[in-house]
Design a protein around this ligand. Sequence first.
Ligand SMILES: Cc1cc2nc3c(=O)[nH]c(=O)nc-3n(C[C@H](O)[C@H](O)[C@H](O)COP(=O)(O)OP(=O)(O)OC[C@H]3O[C@@H](n4cnc5c(N)ncnc54)[C@H](O)[C@@H]3O)c2cc1C
Length: 215
Amino acid sequence: MKDYAKYSFWLETSGDTLAPRTALQRSSEVDIAILGGGYSGLWTAYYLLRANPALRVAIVEKEIVGFGASGRNGGWCSSRFPVTPSVLEERFGTKKARNLLLAMFDAVYEVGRVCDEENIAADYCKGGILSLARGAHQLPLVQSAHAAYDRLGLADRFRLLSAAECAERVRITKVHGGLYTKESASIHAGRLVRGLAAAVERRGGLIYENTEVVA
Ligand SMILES: Cc1cc2nc3c(=O)[nH]c(=O)nc-3n(C[C@H](O)[C@H](O)[C@H](O)COP(=O)(O)OP(=O)(O)OC[C@H]3O[C@@H](n4cnc5c(N)ncnc54)[C@H](O)[C@@H]3O)c2cc1C
């Protein structure tokens, strides 16, 4: 058996034995078969079973739940979209950009809500996110992001901080200002992924591990 704990800090400290679940031994019929026991597969199974507890849902995982990126990421449950709010606005218009960002905020809240409801001890901490301008040249970026959030009607979620206000929170050199939002959390990625798997099983989902999907 592989020593799965050695693959990441999160798996090592997940508080779980990481012993593989039973492999799929024979042909099986389900309503929905999901490839991969990462966040994508597990959240999908979780919401399907919540919406319809009678569904037969099976997840088939080549290694163990959390073996992929879901058990090895940075642990940021972030509401940030990988492009700036101005670019979102430019590409999709004000309404869609605003709705997308609101959905991102909701997703951060929802992860915490499910952790509470399902007793997943994932160290969810909604401490927010602080973006810093290191050097005067970075300050306009922070200010223009704040202006874009303002245009999208989301200014109440963000606060521009002076260099002194940033220094009260974190000691880093050459800080000229920052942008803070409370709409982000940190999590223990390993406990979240392993806890989510247990929640799926409690709702009747089947998880087969050490089973590679080949076709
Ligand atoms: C280094 C790093 C840092 C990151 N940091 C963050 C962060 O801080 N915040 C954030 O939100 N996101 C972060 N991400 C992204 C995030 O981790 C991924 O978007 C997310 O985990 C993807 O989940 P997934 O279920 O789609 O994939 P995975 O978690 O990779 O799950 C896929 C699963 O499928 C299994 N599998 C593959 N092939 C087969 C097969 N043929 N048969 C059966 N099973 C198979 C794998 O073993 C794996 O367990 C980071 C990613 C990386 C790599």
